[in-house]
Design a protein around this ligand. Sequence first.
Ligand code: UFG
Length: 334
Amino acid sequence: MSRILLSGGAGYIGSHTAVELLNEGFEVVIADNLYNAEKSVIDRIEEITGKSVTFYEIDVCDKSAVDALLDKENIDAVIHFAGYKAVGESVQKPLMYYRNNIDATLTLLESMKEHNVKRFIFSSSATVYGPFNAIPYVETMKIGDCTSPYGTTKLMIEKILDDVAATDKELSVVSLRYFNPIGAHPSGLIGEKPSGIPNNLMPYITQTAKGIRECLTVFGDDYDTPDGTCIRDYIHVVDLAKGHVAALKYALNHAGSTPINLGSGKGTSVFELIKTFERVNNIKLNYKVGPRRDGDIAAFYADAALAKKLLNWETHQTLEDSCRDSWNWECKNK
Ligand code: UFG
């Protein structure tokens, strides 16, 4: 049995991954400073799985705290979710983003080296492909030209991981490039909890449906796409979480640094997502079309072949599942 450290494991993707790891018989240790998460999430992970989690309320930028954790716990692999993630905020506060996201990664890697921990799974993002690549995005493409400091931290960390793996032949690193995670655990016990006004589409939809927001604005309907709205590759967070379990199993048996897309391989427009949400949940959404949002790319989705080939992983949840589970979570948790 392996014991896995999840940095940022109380967050949206981390908590769902904790559930899937526990379901597969892994032991889970979570380190989270609760900057953007709540302690009650730990209890809910335990409630869903009937298994216990070891929790450390620490900041993974704090080297002595990470050292103390790795001294005590017998960790076999680290899945690193911790980091700031708001694209717009990162443009306003670049130093905060570079300091925190890079520092957290370096601190974990240094402490892992001292404690002989050789497996690292990193939360990367499709944003590393930048605005100039053709779609679908393939892992062999040149990455860069990220449109925000947030995206650049993901790019820089992938580069750091490549360099570190090149000098340590026992080290195994997988950078998972997430597309657009939506949905929630079907129990309605864990899900995405944005602080303040949501930036992302699905939480804005559910909050509008609930009446917390008056009206959803669709950011532009004059893109060069079939219905004029932007196209993204939405992936159910439970599928995404299972992708981490598959990546971890891969990392247990392969050295080197490997980037892998986690997406469905299918593109969905903003209008399609809104219509699916309305149909599945039998709700009429109040929305209007507004101007384009700065920095948005018209369309992108994943080439999901490498994940299938290396990890034997692919998505199983539908857009309908995601819309139903996001709404169930919104209704149960306000
Ligand atoms: N959108 C709206 N109205 C809203 C919010 C979003 O129309 O109120 C649209 C956006 O214009 C976009 C789509 O919905 O076309 C998805 O937007 P999100 O903000 O949910 O997601 P993004 O694709 O912009 O962002 C995602 C990840 C980031 C990542 C970024 C770039 O959330 O982490 O992709 O790859 F950096």
